[in-house]
Ligand binder design. Structure first.
Ligand code: NAP
Length: 295
């Protein structure tokens, strides 16, 4: 069994981005700029945004955060999106989800300039992805494809079983893996909460992706020996023996499944770091498309 070390691959890619950004700063005195809109005081959202800020800083990307209290109106948010859309010095814009209940997520996301939609959530980018046209791809599936690519894991002709059909992970990944492309060409089965006999299906998987949000759902008896297992799930469980008071686990029972998988992503250190990297890659791409400088 081989561990797919997302943390290490993410560091390699970070180095590549850092070099490219430094060149733009040296040659043209401009840097990519990512703006984030953060609403409310949800601790998890706050952590995600501060990680994104830290990641940007580590590669030379400028970042700014627009913070709002939970009672912000949809109108005010739309005005802020307009403002950032029109700001030529900002190249990427993300809106940290979830949003308060009185704000319509689709309205806000659809208002982002698709050229700056580095989360890849705008309907135009999703439509382009469906058609296989160049587009900003959602970070987590893009990170998973990058991991398969860097570990030289063949997808063509393989049976990929994805557990979970969310709009940000399972569904776009099913499209990307089944596309007629170098890191696609797989036969994909997308499972969800209404899928019957899930174990019969997972046992057929050459590549099994778990993105259902249920701690250690995938056990060894559900996995074909030699399968590649990608664990997207992330959960905190109390652990008094650790200073933090908790440890992280995924949707896969790592102790069991790692004994029969050929490749497996750990939690933490697997898909998570790659999701963070994909956002930086998209921001750099947006910058290059908007600013149009020769590298
Ligand atoms: P989500 O929105 O939480 O949706 C869960 C999906 O799993 C739904 O499609 C649901 O089916 C399906 N599901 C739930 N119970 C099931 C069961 N017993 N059998 C089969 N399918 C079941 O999904 P998500 O946002 O993609 O998140 C999934 C997990 O990944 C979470 O733990 C999340 O924290 C983690 N995550 C990690 C990263 C990362 O960077 N590592 C990024 C994103 C998400 P229905 O559609 O029928 O409800």
């Amino acid at each position: 069994m081989k561990i797919i070390d997302g943390k290490q691959i993410a560091e390699v890619i970070k180095g590549e981005i850092r070099v490219e950004v430094a060149k733009y700063i040296d040659d043209y005195d401009v840097a990519p700029h990512l703006a984030a809109i953060l609403i409310g005081d949800d601790a998890a959202s706050d952590t995600y945004v501060s990680h994104k800020e830290k990641d940007c800083k580590s590669v030379g990307i400028t970042s700014s955060i627009y913070r709002f209290s939970t009672d912000v109106s949809e109108e005010e948010l739309l005005k802020t999106v307009d403002f950032i859309n029109d700001d030529d010095d900002v190249h990427g814009l993300i809106v940290q989800l979830p949003l308060p209940k009185h704000i319509n997520v689709d309205t806000i996301i659809s208002h982002i300039d698709p050229k700056k939609d580095v989360d890849g959530f705008h309907p135009l980018n999703i439509g382009k992805m469906m058609l296989g046209h160049p587009a900003f791809l959602p970070a987590t599936p893009a990170g998973i494809i990058e991991l398969l690519k860097r570990y030289d894991i063949e997808t063509s002709g393989k049976h990929c079983v994805i557990l979970g059909r969310s709009n940000i992970v399972g569904t776009p990944l099913s499209v990307m893996l089944s596309r007629k492309s170098k890191h696609g060409n797989a036969t994909v089965t997308l499972c969800h909460s209404k899928t019957q006999n899930i174990k019969e299906i997972t046992l057929q998987a050459d590549i099994l992706v778990a993105a259902i949000g249920m701690p250690e759902f995938v056990t060894a008896d559900m996995v074909k020996p030699g399968a590649v297992v990608i664990d997207v799930g992330i959960h905190r469980v109390p652990d008094a023996s650790l200073q933090a008071g908790f440890r992280l686990i995924g949707d896969v029972n790592f102790a069991e499944v790692s004994t029969i998988a050929s490749f497996i992503t750990p939690v933490p250190g697997g898909v998570g770091p790659m999701t963070r990297i994909a956002l930086l890659q998209n921001t750099l791409t947006a910058f290059k498309q908007i600013v149009r400088l020769s590298s």
